[in-house]
Design a binder for this molecule. Sequence first.
Ligand code: ADP
Ligand code: ZN
Length: 218
Amino acid sequence: MLNIVLMGPPGAGKGTHALWIAKDYGLPHISTGDMFREAMASGSELGNQIKAIVNSGGLVSDELTCALVKERLSRIDCENGYLLDGFPRTIAQAEALKTFGKEINREVNTVMNISCPDEQLIERIAGRRVCPKCGASYNVTFMPPKKKEGICDECGTPIVQRKDDNAESFKVRLANYYKSTAPLMEFYKGEGLLADFDGSIGAADLKKALVAFLEAHK
Ligand code: ADP
Ligand code: ZN
């Protein structure tokens, strides 16, 4: 069984690879970023509460985020595995996940970390476009849609730039990554769960490496 945490800096390729991993291994894809963006788009109370934080690149509170993830992981579709993308992002979240994971029988058993140098992340984020409907990611320079310019290959929806994919917010996200999220590598190394992947190689090569790992660990 695969109870996966997928981690890495913004722009490393988590979202891109999460989509096929979830599909090919039949795992629910749980992206806290997607959950927050959905809440913002729906105009719910939660959405309005977090809008300013998310758009500026800040982190939503551990309390709110953990409550959301605990509820989601408790659902029956996570019984035979899951793929967490973008959570945990702080040591407090990782500790909480460890505790409630035991409680609800959803303990993490695999952590895949995708690393990538800053210069590349900045380039990728600047050109990133996403499908607001299915979550597929593209890049105007490196990975444009194959079928029609500006249109999602998967579902035909016009792709858009995320509000937080600007230079200013990206700087905040990267700083938060190094300060709050990167320490998780040591945390999960200590748990004996960490597997490292080089995200600077092309998406196709990285996919090969991830498949080899997943086949050996499923
Ligand atoms: P990326 O990995 O490209 O930065 P995500 O889609 O994972 O983007 O997250 C987008 C935003 O949602 C984050 O910048 C943050 O504001 C919020 N967010 C997502 N996950 C978390 C989390 N686990 N804890 C706190 N905030 C989060
Ligand atoms: Zn789409």
